[in-house]
Design a protein around this ligand. Structure first.
Ligand SMILES: [Zn+2]
Length: 251
């Protein structure tokens, strides 16, 4: 519906521009015709077109979709929610706000969460990767992610743990803790998904990480949860829908 409203708005603008010129020239007519053709093409995907195309909250970063060296979100802010230490942690603004709301809601229900690590720059990833290679005689053993492949570079990924986990290695046992269960049940309401699910390891190529949350916005998080998708599957799905829609619009 929103798309149709926008298109009607475009039509009105076109008409207004023509009225100003006091003549309805050929270009305006053609423009109006093109707009109405697109309007009649059905958009059948369950989520609105505007929520998908050009939405950088749903950006995909993995081994086959590497972010570039200069992919640095412009709206990074320091987290104000509970953290494992006083060291600053950055996330994109919307994600940071959503995380604070989630932590507050959890706390009200007797669940105390701690932010562990958020935004990780390309340069940091490169250093970590280089150090690992040095340790491993120049060979990539898969322990440290290739630079550009980290979900943390989006500024939307965050590792969240409980008090017992501070200073310890992350393990999938976190999923069975009170905090891990609360996150799995409730994080979508704040726009987060568990980025690396157990049953999606083949697709994400990352082991189950019940502590790694990824902000995508509430509508998308809810959809991904309902459909049981991982971000890789969701991306393939919506991009196919947009491509088909655009192809239909041109005909
Ligand atoms: Zn993580």
């Amino acid at each position: 519906m929103r798309r149709i409203n926008r298109l009607l708005f475009v039509l009105l603008l076109t008409a207004a521009a023509a009225a100003r010129a006091e003549t309805l020239d050929l270009a305006s007519l053609q423009n109006a015709e093109e707009v109405s053709v697109i309007e009649e093409t059905p958009w059948t995907y369950p989520l609105p077109y505007e929520l998908l195309e050009g939405n950088d909250y749903i950006v995909l970063a993995n081994k086959t979709h590497l972010l570039s060296e200069d992919y640095i979100p412009e709206d990074l802010v320091k987290l104000t929610c509970r953290k494992i230490s006083s060291d600053p942690i950055q996330m994109r603004e919307a994600a940071a706000q959503a995380l604070s709301q989630m932590f507050d809601a959890a706390k009200e229900q007797g669940v105390t969460l701690y932010a562990h690590s958020g935004y990780r720059s390309y340069r940091t990833q490169k250093t970590m990767y280089g150090n690992r290679l040095k340790k491993n005689n120049g060979k990539d053993d898969g322990v440290v992610a290739v630079p550009g492949s980290s979900d943390h570079q989006t500024g939307l990924g965050i590792d969240v743990i409980n008090k017992a986990g501070i200073g310890k290695r992350f393990t999938s046992a976190f999923a069975d803790t009170k905090e891990g269960k609360w996150i799995a049940e409730n994080c979508w309401q704040y726009g987060f998904i568990i980025r690396y699910q157990k049953e999606k390891e083949d697709l994400t190529e990352i082991i189950f990480e019940p502590w790694h949350l990824r902000y995508v916005g509430v509508q998308v998080a809810q959809y991904i949860r309902q459909r049981g998708l991982c971000l890789e599957e969701f991306t393939a799905e919506w991009q196919a829908a947009v491509a088909a829609y655009k192809a239909a619009g041109i005909e």
